[in-house]
Write a protein that binds this ligand. Sequence first.
Ligand SMILES: [Zn+2]
Length: 303
Amino acid sequence: MSDGTLGYDVFVSDPFPQTIPGLLPNGEPRLFAPLSTTLIHGRDDAVLVDPPLLTDQAKAVGDWVEAHGKRLTHIFITHGHGDHWFTADLLAKRFGAQVVASADTITQMHGSAAGRGAVWDKAWPGQIPPSPVTAVTVPGNRFTLEGRDLVIVEVGHSDGDDTTVLHVPDLDLVVAGDVIYNGVHQYLGQSMGGGRDAWRQAIETVKALNPRWIVTGHKDKTLDDDAARLLTETREYLDAADELLQKHDTALSFFNAMLERFPNRHLGALTLWSSSQALYNSRKHPEDARRHMLEGWVSVYQP
Ligand SMILES: [Zn+2]
């Protein structure tokens, strides 16, 4: 137990290209959204949340962690999407840390690991390290950093299934994974069939924790972590998607309308294009949402 106080720092892996060339319909390059990795630190120890996707990114994150000069005890994973954990084992081995997640997230991680060849490795062949699922649960979804509580809060569906956030009461902080977004287009490719209503409920669950700060899994690094703004903006994005999905008949016109509605979200257009295709394909075949989600991604990887 330390008598020092906790702090946190965020490393943002900048938007990064796929190996497959080509432009988005609006003429932008196909850049994946920035990835946030959070270090919560005490006097001697630290906990890392959501390691990045690529081997090179994990090297940079690892060097940044090392520069803090703390002992890394845990690596926490907020949800199963590979862009938030495929390098977890690499970093866990480098620092001798234990990977931690909720039971349902661990199930989702197994699904992502099994499916990575169809999606992630197509876009970044040879650039993602082996991703064995080594995560374990913690009793009562709680663990500690120098005696201070870190609480895993299960919020259900948000941009994927069975998602969680990490609440750090000492810091008035929620590390939110993809439940909350910050200046980046939100992933809607799994939001068909009531997913956006579930996501709004997840936002309310985070709001009830009354945080002052929220670190989002995808953030524009020029923006602050103000919780009130982010809760409002994340909800507004879902409301706008509901409205514009009613008004537009094609993925392309929905994509363009969302870009026009959110001119200040400069990042994540690739995510929006993938989402748009998944949502409109699923209108034709609503029974197979998972396939459309995958096709939404695979289609953005075609030149
Ligand atoms: Zn994500």
